[in-house]
Structures are given as structure tokens and as C-alpha cells.
Ligand binder design. Structure first.
Ligand SMILES: *Cc1c(COP(=O)(O)O)cnc(C)c1O
Length: 457
């Protein structure tokens, strides 16, 4: 199709927006491995999970068979505030690169939380409200998830308690204030408020925290309080389900113009945006209807898929959560200060882990300074200041486009631009000042970390 016929931005009409989430697991022959009870190592039951998570979300978590799950009307209405997200044809970037490739990105940064996280936050808050709960607790690393959840909770008048990884709490005071603007309470983690926080502080005095610690604290805060449940912004099957809205909208927009991507790229922290973006395309691949290349992009400092092992592991440092089978670096792995805070989790969604293990998806890891160079290149031609997390996908999309320049292939490249980087200027500053380092863990460091994996028979 000629350039004239494909607009810079493809939006869907309200009537064309998806009405149901797509559950990729329904089409997987090899289902993701079940969550296990951390003490008995037996598959965890719905009843056990309901102590921690909302009932309806537990149902979604354990449902490997229903392909389409209707989106409740209240959530559809909330989505209309900031969706559909635009699918952008990166004409300016293509021209600058001089590539024959056609580049598209789905931009999820058009809301105050600045990321795709709101897609699942509103769903999880909705089900908590529906169950008659008073509030929810959660952790946040970089702060996008905490912000998204505070927005969703304030909309539905739910109490929201956020445990924020201490280093981010200190480095990103403005993120913290956005959360408080939406009425959430924000506690730096590890804290003295929970038993697990006190224990971690005693064992590691002066620690600046990690996502794994903050998760343990948030879970304890929820389970020790009447009328509260814990919610998580990534990794879980239910989150991938909600994030399928990204891929469904993308596919509908592409189908409208007869566009077919050859390669689909996303950054991967816990796997929710990537899982959401690829889901309808991966569904076609699994059903044998079409073929695509999928690439997960990780930071070289925290390469769960590219250098981790596929095993059952703890999801949190305090070992209070169910065990998940996933590509993991070990729950004790604390990545060096990396500025893509949202990509620092030690494990990966069990759904994506299974797809990767089955050879249906590729993974690459990229060093931090290359990522920021790509971010800057992108910002200068496309106008959007990208989040460091999203810039991992930009980096690999540019690499793929440059390969096309060498070979003359006119491939269609799609990537997920998950958010904006306005709260990450400290990291940008380090990059501009040449003070950013490219720490990559050695094999010995990883081997040591793998020793902490639980012995699951
Ligand atoms: C949280 C976050 C990510 C990574 O999380 P996934 O669950 O892997 O999607 C990526 N980009 C942004 C902007 C984020 O906030």
C-alpha cells in the first residue's frame, strides 16, 4: 500500500475497540506450569490463592481454556478515557535511518501513569471493588505501576497502599507525589511496617530494596488486614490477559489497512506488555494460521530469558508468594542499579517462559548505554520522550531496520512503545554526562544466585 494510504497514526473508532480480552493460554498446547504452594510444593488451589488475590482474578489466573473473556462495561468505559492507543507509522524514523523497512509502534504512554500498566490496574481495582473490598496493596519499582494503580483506585474509591522500592522512592520523588495526588499511601521498602521488612532490614542493613522485597511486604500488608487483597502489575497470567487489549487493538488497526508485521518486538520485564502485544499474533501462530517472529528485549543487567534457567522459583525475596515455573535469575538476584527500573525483576511471566522454551519466541539482551542512545535517536525524530524500559524495544527495532537497509528487505517491524520517560531524567542525565555504566553480571554471579532456587521434585 502506498504511503498516502497509511496515515501517520491509526486510531480505531470507539465501535471498533475490543470488547473481550484474549487469553493466549487457551491456544497453547503446552500450558504454562501451574503455581505451587510454597510449603507443600503442590499446585496451589483457588481457595489458597483467594487469601491473597481477588476472587475473580484468581479465576482468570487459573483459566487455561477460555479464549475470550468479556471486558466488563465499567472497564470498557474507563478505557475510553485514554484508549484506543494510537498505532504510529514511524515515517520520520524510517527516513532518518534510510531503511526500506516499515516501522510501526503502539504507543501506550498517553495517560498520566505514562505506561501500559493502567490497562491492568483498572481491571484489578474493578474486581476488588466488585468483591466489596476496602482496599489493595502493591509494590512498585520504577513507579509506573503504583501510579496506575493509584489512579484506578481513586476512580473507584478504594484505598491503595504502595510499597515503593527505596532507591526509586528517593530518586523519583515526583512519582511518589503523583501517587499521593491520587490518594495512595506510599511507603519506602524495605520498611519497619511489616515483619518481613524488619527481617530484611536486619539481614541487609542499608539496603536500597528490590522488587522482590517490596512484593513480600505488600503481600503481608494485604493478608494481615481485613478487607484487603494484594495486586501485582506484571508477571501473572491475569495481567497478560488484561494487557491483551494492546495486541487486540494493534491487530484490529493493522487489519484495517491490510498491514502484516514480519517481526514483533517488545521490552520484557515481567512480560506483561510483550505478552499483551503479541497475544493475538501468537494465537495465530499457535493455531497455524500465520507466522511471525517475536523478540523479547531485556537489559543485559537483568537477562532472565537470555541467561536465566527454566525452573520453579520464588516470586519474592521473603518467599511468601506461590512458586512459579519461569525463566529466572534466582529470587535472591539483585540487579545492579539499572535505570530501566521496570525491567529489574528476576523472573519472567510463566506464559512467556513456556513460549520461549518451546522455541516460539526469541530473546536478546542489550546494554544500557546502547538503549539510551536509541532512546535519544527516537526522541529526536518521533517527538516522544520514551521510557528507558520502552527504549529497549526501540533499540532492537532500529537494529532490525538497519539489517533491512543492508539487505534491501522491506520488512514490516512492529514494536511496543510502553511509556514516556519524564520521570527518568536522572538516568538521561547520567547518559548525557557519560556517567552511565554497562554492568553485566558474570556467569559466576548468576551461578551463585541459581543456588537459591527451591528444590522442587
Ligand atoms: C513496567 C514497565 C515495563 C515492563 O513491564 P512488563 O510487565 O514486562 O511489560 C515496560 N515499560 C514500561 C513503561 C513500564 O512501566
Amino acid at each position: 500500500m502506498s504511503k498516502e494510504k497509511i496515515p501517520y497514526k491509526i486510531y480505531l473508532e470507539e465501535s471498533e475497540m475490543p470488547k473481550a480480552w484474549y487469553n493466549l493460554r487457551a491456544d497453547m498446547k503446552n500450558k504454562p506450569a501451574p503455581l505451587l504452594n510454597p510449603s507443600t510444593h503442590k499446585p496451589i488451589t483457588a481457595e489458597e490463592l483467594e487469601h491473597v488475590f481477588c476472587k475473580e482474578l484468581v479465576k482468570q489466573e487459573l483459566d487455561d481454556h477460555t479464549p475470550y473473556i468479556p471486558i466488563p462495561q465499567d472497564i470498557l468505559d474507563f478505557y475510553k478515557m485514554y484508549r484506543p492507543a494510537p498505532l504510529v507509522r514511524a515515517y520520520c524514523l524510517e527516513e532518518k535511518l534510510g531503511t526500506p523497512a516499515k516501522i510501526y509502534y503502539k504507543f501506550e504512554g498517553n495517560n498520566t501513569s505514562g505506561s501500559h500498566k493502567l490497562n491492568s490496574a483498572i481491571a484489578q481495582a474493578y474486581y476488588a471493588k466488585h468483591q466489596g473490598l476496602k482496599g489493595v496493596t502493591t509494590e512498585t519499582g520504577a513507579g509506573q505501576w503504583g501510579t496506575a494503580l493509584s489512579m484506578a483506585c481513586s476512580y473507584l474509591e478504594l484505598d491503595c497502599r504502595v510499597y515503593m522500592v527505596k532507591v526509586s522512592y528517593e530518586q523519583k520523588p515526583f512519582r511518589r507525589e503523583v501517587m499521593r495526588t491520587y490518594g495512595a499511601s506510599v511507603t519506602p521498602s524495605p520498611s519497619n511496617q511489616t515483619a518481613v521488612g524488619r527481617k530484611i532490614l536486619q539481614e541487609h542493613p542499608g539496603t536500597t530494596g528490590s522488587l522482590g522485597c517490596a512484593i513480600s511486604e505488600a503481600v503481608e500488608a494485604a493478608t494481615s488486614r481485613e478487607g484487603y487483597r494484594y495486586v501485582l502489575g506484571s508477571v501473572l497470567n491475569q495481567v497478560l490477559l488484561h494487557q491483551s487489549i494492546i495486541g487486540l487493538e494493534t491487530k484490529a488497526a493493522m487489519d484495517k489497512y491490510g498491514i502484516r508485521p514480519d517481526v514483533i518486538i517488545g521490552c520484557a520485564g515481567g512480560g506483561s506488555n510483550l505478552g499483551g502485544l503479541i497475544s493475538p499474533f501468537m494465537g495465530e501462530k499457535l493455531r497455524g494460521e500465520a507466522d511471525y517472529r517475536f523478540i523479547a528485549v531485556e537489559p543485559a543487567s537483568c537477562p532472565s530469558l537470555s541467561r536465566g534457567v527454566y525452573a520453579y522459583d520464588y516470586c519474592d525475596t521473603g518467599k511468601v508468594c506461590p512458586l512459579a515455573k519461569m525463566y529466572t535469575l534466582g529470587s535472591g538476584f539483585i540487579p545492579s542499579a539499572n535505570h530501566a527500573g521496570g525491567l529489574r525483576y528476576h523472573g519472567m511471566s510463566s506464559t512467556l517462559s513456556q513460549l520461549y522454551d518451546d522455541g516460539l519466541m526469541e530473546a536478546v539482551s542489550v546494554p544500557q548505554t546502547d538503549v539510551f542512545a536509541a532512546a535519544e535517536q527516537f526522541a529526536r525524530v518521533e517527538g516522544i520522550l520514551p521510557a528507558p524500559e520502552s527504549s529497549h524495544a526501540i533499540k532492537v527495532a532500529i537494529d532490525e531496520a538497519m539489517k533491512c537497509k543492508e539487505t534491501g528487505e522491506e520488512k514490516t517491524i512492529l514494536f511496543g512503545l510502553t511509556g514516556t520517560g519524564y520521570f527518568d531524567m536522572y538516568a538521561y542525565e547520567k547518559f548525557h554526562d557519560g556517567k552511565m555504566d554497562d554492568y553485566i553480571p558474570t556467569d559466576a554471579v548468576l551461578a551463585e544466585s541459581f543456588k537459591s532456587l527451591p528444590d522442587v521434585k
